[in-house]
Design a protein around this ligand. Sequence first.
Ligand code: HEM
Ligand SMILES: *[C@@H]1O[C@H](CO)[C@@H](O)[C@H](O)[C@H]1NC(C)=O
Ligand SMILES: *[C@@H]1O[C@H](CO)[C@@H](O)[C@H](O)[C@H]1NC(C)=O
Ligand SMILES: *[C@@H]1O[C@H](CO)[C@@H](O)[C@H](O)[C@H]1NC(C)=O
Ligand SMILES: *[C@@H]1O[C@H](CO)[C@@H](O)[C@H](O)[C@H]1NC(C)=O
Ligand SMILES: *[C@@H]1O[C@H](CO)[C@@H](O)[C@H](O)[C@H]1NC(C)=O
Length: 333
Amino acid sequence: MARPPSSRKASPSPLILAAVIAAVYLAQPGAADLKVDYYASTCPNVETIVRGVVQQKMQATIRTTGSTIRLFFHDCFVEGCDASVLIESTPGNQAEKDASDNKSLAFEGFDTVRSAKAAVEAACPDTVSCADVLALATRDAIAMSGGPFFPIELGRLDGLSSTASSVPGQLPEPNQTMDQLLAVFKAHGLNMSDLVALSAAHSVGLAHCSKFSDRLYKYQPGQPTDPTLNPKYARFLESKCPDGGPDNLVLMDQASPAELDNQYYRNLQDGGGLLGSDELLYTDNRTRPMVDALANSTNAFYKAFADAIVRLGRVGVKFGRRGNIRKQCDVFN
Ligand code: HEM
Ligand SMILES: *[C@@H]1O[C@H](CO)[C@@H](O)[C@H](O)[C@H]1NC(C)=O
Ligand SMILES: *[C@@H]1O[C@H](CO)[C@@H](O)[C@H](O)[C@H]1NC(C)=O
Ligand SMILES: *[C@@H]1O[C@H](CO)[C@@H](O)[C@H](O)[C@H]1NC(C)=O
Ligand SMILES: *[C@@H]1O[C@H](CO)[C@@H](O)[C@H](O)[C@H]1NC(C)=O
Ligand SMILES: *[C@@H]1O[C@H](CO)[C@@H](O)[C@H](O)[C@H]1NC(C)=O
């Protein structure tokens, strides 16, 4: 793009420009240092090793897909993608995963990362971070469940702390408004496109009745069923949640529960979003055009989802003295 001479005259000096560029990089030290081939010389087989473990786990249980992808999301949104979510509580420390507002992360995700890390350690000790193993396992779980395959950047370090008190306010809630959801994503450097694309992770996995029963008349005395909910689907959900209680689990995408596909968006068009935050993507006129576009095209969905997962993987990444490489993902070295 050519600029007129007058604007060139008004442009900042190279020194100021360099300072601005440096400031931008310092503000987000992550993105510049992550690399797809980060372990090419230090652990050349890391991708094959992780993929083998994820494949085994998926054959063992269908819960591997959803639990692993959700674990990655929760890791990245609390203290950055630094494996802090994998740390177990100790008598002196209530860890992130045991935050009091129960996030109900499923065991299978933790187990997948534990097994993958053990296999990687056997081949390349003290080399690959747990944060990167989780990122790789997530990428593989997505591809193996019919989603896109894409290169994932590596080079994250594992965080040095994990506290339950760091969780509140960091994660989105199913009953939030669009403005609130957008604000939570923006606080992590992600925008409306990312919110719409990443929400398609709810095309796989399960949710507890307690996370959506407030949308059903049966459990809201005096209040109608959420009018954005398809009535037939509402009756179905009531039958799946006989007491509205916290223990029952419901498939998030009834039409293709194990496929990570754009059926998620077609469900929304039909009033079939399970969580309030899902259906909101279709009822809010800011995000509805994106839902319609992604519902229509598998290619557009693949690209949007892969790009957004890569951006999610850059959130709050740690380098240098702010992290290390854990030997075991659930305890600090
Ligand atoms: C947009 C805001 C979001 C909200 C409000 C939200 C909320 C929830 C809730 C309440 C559940 C059910 C948990 C349970 O009852 O056990 C769930 C499940 C899940 N979420 Fe989200 N989520 C959001 C975004 C995301 C994103 C961005 C991802 C990943 C990229 C994700 C991945 C998942 C997966 C895979 C499951 C199924 C977990 C399983 O099967 O164990 N979610 N989410
Ligand atoms: C947290 O979730 C677990 C597993 O679903 C459940 O056993 C436990 O009772 C929950 N705790 C709270 C405080 O809700
Ligand atoms: C969402 O639910 C939580 C807990 O169930 C409640 O504390 C909060 O006020 C609700 N938020 C909105 C926006 O309704
Ligand atoms: C969100 O950010 C991505 C990447 O920078 C960009 O391509 C996209 O247009 C943005 N979307 C919105 C709605 O601003
Ligand atoms: C969405 O609807 C509101 C209220 O009807 C309107 O003011 C706004 O301009 C609309 N925005 C878009 C992006 O269509
Ligand atoms: C979706 O596809 C249909 C049929 O191919 C087309 O008529 C419509 O314009 C498309 N909508 C969007 C938002 O791309």
